[in-house]
Design a protein around this ligand. Structure first.
Ligand code: MRU
Length: 356
């Protein structure tokens, strides 16, 4: 994506292959800061503190983490790669893309001579990053057709959290069709739900749309149902962290409520995600392969922003016990379609699609 007319990806591998450069997303929209990461602990910390976040991007970052760890410790043994992979996979438990990317790199390395593994790990991670860009472009092109099919002079699209380019290497998933629609000259407006407690909507999605000059309005999460009821929402577009083979969708907390309200008001509810988001071990109540991440309750009891001096600051807003589940599960009956890189898929048939 372009920032100040410069093409930028969310993660960039150094030519020296000694570090990666990320955008510290905890500082947006107030400061755009690039950060160099060269050690395994730094990769894990960037993922857990959400300096990098979004299912596809944490996968790509962790894939580079394998290469950085091999270099840091000068160890490319099977045992070391297994240990590093486990640490990376455990850094956030819900998005399937994290384990998918790490396992892809480590499985490929097993068939490679240990002396060549550092070079190979770097190349595999770069490949996963490049593939992500192409995948998201395809999602955007397919999603654009769905927006066009609504056949409206002006389209009001609601999104939740951030499934834009910041959540991926480039383009994004849910925002990719929106970027393509804007480029195609369509008259679109985006309702951006703030996404408490971490405010990815306010801080990240609104910032992306502002950069792309796409008309948008931030709303409180609780305003979503009212706007749907008032006929001000033509479709909803969200991303996904994991999709069951029966089509149920795990995504940012609050997605489920939007889906139920959309169903009530017959508003199309689209989930844009690469097919790598599908978990073949997840079906019905079977959640053995993952857990819903519960984050520190302090995230709910505090709010971050910029103070009068222009510094980023955190304020305490609550003192009671708090519970902070970060994701919820939307049953497939509420999902109109999944927008994948291979086209538009009926959620109930997604498992069939994966099995070919
Ligand atoms: O906790 P986050 O900010 O990593 O959650 C992100 C989301 O829920 C996104 O919708 C999802 O990862 C899809 S990103 C293309």
């Amino acid at each position: 994506m372009k920032i100040n007319k410069k093409d930028i990806r969310t993660i960039r591998a150094s030519d020296s292959k000694t570090f990666v450069e990320i955008i510290d997303q905890t500082l947006l929209p107030h400061q755009l800061v690039f950060k160099k990461i060269s050690k395994l602990d730094e990769v894990i910390s960037a993922i857990t503190t959400m300096q990098v976040r979004g299912a596809p991007l944490i996968g790509v970052t962790a894939a580079f983490g394998v290469a950085l760890a091999i270099r840091e410790k000068a160890d490319s043994s099977d045992a070391f790669i297994a240990e590093v992979s486990k640490k990376l996979i455990n850094s956030r438990p819900t998005a399937v893309n994290l384990a998918w990317a790490v396992n892809r790199v480590s499985n490929l390395l097993h068939n490679i001579n240990p002396n060549d593994r550092l070079e190979a790990a770097w190349a595999f991670a770069q490949q996963i990053a490049d593939d992500d860009v192409n995948t998201n472009k395809s999602i955007g092109i397919h999603g654009l057709q769905l927006i066009k099919k609504l056949n409206l002079n002006k389209v009001n699209i609601m999104t939740h959290c951030n499934a834009g380019w910041l959540a991926t290497v480039d383009y994004g998933t849910a925002l990719s069709p929106i970027f393509f629609a804007s480029e195609a000259g369509m008259n679109i407006h985006v309702w951006v739900s703030e996404t408490r407690p971490r405010n990815q909507g306010t801080n990240l999605t609104a910032w992306e749309l502002e950069q792309a000059k796409i008309p948008h309005t931030i709303i409180a999460d609780n305003a979503a149902g009212f706007l749907m009821q008032q006929g001000q929402v033509d479709c909803i577009l969200v991303g996904a962290d994991r999709i069951g083979i029966d089509g149920q969708v795990v995504n940012k907390i609050g997605t489920y409520l939007k889906a139920v309200a959309a169903h009530e008001h017959q508003i199309p509810f689209y989930v844009a995600a690469p097919l790598s988001t599908v978990d073949v071990n997840f079906m019905g109540n079977q959640k053995k392969s993952f857990e819903i991440e519960h984050r520190d309750p302090e995230e709910l009891l505090t709010i971050s922003g910029i103070n009068k001096k222009g510094d980023i600051d955190t304020l305490k807003i609550g003192r009671s016990a708090a519970l902070n589940p970060a994701f919820d599960i939307t049953p497939s009956k509420y999902v109109t379609s999944v927008i994948s890189e291979e086209g538009i898929i009926d959620p109930e048939n997604i498992g069939r699609h994966i099995n070919g």
